[in-house]
Design a protein around this ligand. Structure first.
Ligand code: DQA
Length: 148
């Protein structure tokens, strides 16, 4: 079975391209999906790429990735939980409960921004944390997952 990378995106990331371009750049989520697809194709990985503004949908998708993980088919989860990073015990529990190998990803350098962005519920259960590389970080994260 070809190993699969789940790239999951949280709230407001559907607005990429027009949302605070000075922070997040001018590329759209569709551009990010194309970048991830090209990266996965080059590395021989399957890609599941999704975005939701709803916390529970992200929880459900982590559970789905967890079932694949239990079957031995998951390469890893790259999660940009966006604002839920800083608020969501439910996402923390989903990662803990499934044991999925996780990259916590942020487009911006959250540590150079407002103090409420400095705390993450996910960092303590992530295998890796990446921030500040812009949308190129998605490619770098997938390359990292491919080497786990
Ligand atoms: C973000 C950083 C978060 O603090 C913010 O709420 C986002 C995006 C990033 O990719 O830089 O929505 O996760």
């Amino acid at each position: 079975m070809t190993p699969t990378v789940y790239v999951l995106n949280g709230p407001n990331l559907n607005l990429l391209g027009t949302r605070e371009p000075q922070v997040y750049g001018s590329q759209t989520l569709a551009d990010v999906e194309r970048l991830c697809a090209a990266t996965c194709e080059r590395l021989g990985l399957s890609l599941v790429f999704r975005q939701s503004n709803h916390e529970g949908a992200l929880v459900d998708w982590i559970h789905e990735a967890g079932r694949l993980h239990a079957e031995g088919g998951l390469a890893g989860v790259v999660l940009n939980a966006a604002a839920y990073t800083h608020t969501s015990v439910a996402l923390l529990d989903a990662v803990k409960g499934t044991g999925v190998p996780l990259v916590e990803l942020h487009i911006s350098n959250v540590h150079a921004r407002e103090s409420f962005r400095h705390h993450s519920y996910l960092s303590g259960v992530a295998r890796a944390v990446m921030c500040g590389f812009g949308v190129r970080g998605y490619q770098l994260a997938i390359e990292g997952v491919a080497q786990w």
